[in-house]
Design a protein around this ligand. Sequence first.
Ligand code: HMG
Ligand code: MG
Length: 311
Amino acid sequence: MRRDQLPMVQPTVGLPERVTIYEVGARDGLQNEAAVVPVEVKVEFLTRLAAAGLGVLEATSFVHPKWVPQLADAAELLARLPRAAGVDYPVLVPNERGLDRALDAGVEHVAIFASATETFAQRNLNRTLDTQFTMFEPVVGRALQAGLRVRGYLSMCFGDPWEGAVAPKQVAAVGRRLIDLGCAQLSLGDTIGTGTPGHVDAVLDACGAAGVGVAQLAVHFHDTYGQALANTLAALRRGVSVVDASAGGLGGCPYAESATGNLATEDLVWMLDGLGVAHGVDLDALAATSAWMAEQLGRPSPSRVVRALRG
Ligand code: HMG
Ligand code: MG
């Protein structure tokens, strides 16, 4: 490795000592690919990500296969996937049918995904803002009863392509409902990537005022406008220590056209290394995995760090 291929480490006060990287490439990334990736490629992708040191790998979604055909192989994927010791493999479930399928597959951790706005609740879940909760309530109840961990995602926290601005107070109120339902963690999604660092502060302030503190929060930034890393740093400064990212910057959301890839895990790792924040990931192994995945997909990785290291 060349000497310019490592950041200078300059530990910074006021940040978490360690960050949990919640890797969503196999789900948020692959759900948005035009092509359906073969199940054996997904198995190899997840296996290589685990070997690179990622401790949380969101593997797939048990959603309606017609809504997201890219992840229609969820049961087969989990049946074939060798589980690495100590690695957590959460999956998305929107409803009881999804939970039944996830339980059959032996999962231990599920995530429901809600919308902070009416329009996206309709487009992504075919429900209103209120009836999405009618759908989630039995899912969370039964999942907790079965001893599973439950995460709650909240989309459109920083703007909605159909409704425009979304008030932080509205985000916090809907997020609070997910916590009250029994979600152990709330992941704040900038689905279309329009947020900026001051906006992150405003949303975190509103969550705090609604009784949802940083210990319960994760951040989930899409990098559409190049703000994901700056927004992540703003959240770290506030004490958030769980950050969603996708290897190589894969991703988007099939039901929000303006959504592009997530914050690239490599870009996050580079920044955390420079800040002296622990994360447990081997950057070389990770970038090699993303470069390999980009070959499978037939296009270069959008991650700047992957391109700098592997280009
Ligand atoms: P619906 O059409 O209202 O479903 O869709 P329904 O409840 O009326 O059921 C219709 C039929 O679908 C029934 O079959 C069900 O059994 C079946 P029938 O009785 O007619 O033969 N069905 C299912 N089959 C398999 N698995 C299931 C399932 N559910 C129903 N889980 C539904 C409602 C929620 C299912 C649909 O809207 C859906 O699947 N939506 C998922 C959309 C999605 O996956 N979006 C991407 C993930 S969210 C995201 O990316 C954002 C995030 O990254 C954060 C951020 O960036 O903001 C998390
Ligand atoms: Mg997303």
